[in-house]
Design a protein around this ligand. Structure first.
Ligand SMILES: [Zn+2]
Length: 229
């Protein structure tokens, strides 16, 4: 396999999606970008500068290399990226301290038209990985009923308007399975927090014991300092 993969790498050169350096056969990140990604991912820490009125945790710090990688691969969909992150989360038991116990991991939903365009919902892949790593439950309890424009391209006012009626519960959901349980909303990158907040509003109707969010990375905008005259 070693010789075959060397031969294939020579015949079909692969490039790192981030820095364009050559990679080995089938890889989307070069060794050094993979190392940077693994180093940037750590135990979940709370994020304070969000619009959410419930706890939000992130596996990587504000505007880190991870956010750059995930944003980039959003436009070049690859399950491989999730594999790198899964390996890091599993090998270092990153979720054990804050998320071990009776949790149900629920992905932020993607509209079916966008999902079929990309081939998968990255948030769903991460929610499954997190649940599997802890032996917890996974449930795609939410769905997107409206195809909205990306939140990142809206201003503060448009963001709330944009998501009005866009997120709903999956039809036929057994609501009693969620009552009194601890829910974790999962997203790959949280840009504004408004989507998480809208999902949270829906999940509250299930009467859970608690709701938290866990994102791989975030790009919440820091509150700008007020200029003093
Ligand atoms: Zn690279």
């Amino acid at each position: 396999m070693g010789i075959l993969s060397d031969l294939l790498s020579a015949l079909l050169p692969f490039c790192c999606h981030v820095c364009s350096e050559p990679t080995s056969f089938g890889e989307v990140l070069c060794g050094s970008c993979n190392d940077r990604l693994c180093q940037a991912i750590n135990e979940p820490v709370p994020v304070n500068d969000t619009v959410c009125d419930f706890p939000v945790y992130t596996l990587s710090e504000y505007d880190s290399f991870v956010a750059e990688v995930i944003r980039l691969i959003k436009y070049r969909p690859s399950r491989k990226l999730a594999c790198y992150i899964e390996k890091t989360v599993l090998s270092r038991n990153l979720l054990q301290n804050k998320f071990a116990g009776d949790f149900i991991f629920i992905p932020v939903p993607m509209h079916p038209s966008r999902e079929s365009q990309r081939g998968f919902n990255q948030a769903e892949i991460f929610a499954e990985i997190f649940a599997r790593s802890l032996g917890s439950n996974f449930s795609p309890a939410l769905r997107r009923v409206l195809a909205t424009v990306p939140q990142a391209s809206c201003n503060e006012k448009q963001r709330l308007e944009n998501l009005k009626g866009a997120i709903d519960m999956q039809p036929g959901l057994q609501k009693s399975c969620f009552r009194g349980r601890n829910l974790v909303l999962v997203d790959d990158v949280a840009t504004t927090g408004t989507t998480l907040q809208k999902c949270h509003e829906q999940l509250q109707s299930l009467e859970p014991a608690s709701i938290k969010a866990l994102v791989v990375s975030h790009s919440f905008r820091k509150t700008p300092a007020v200029a003093k005259i």
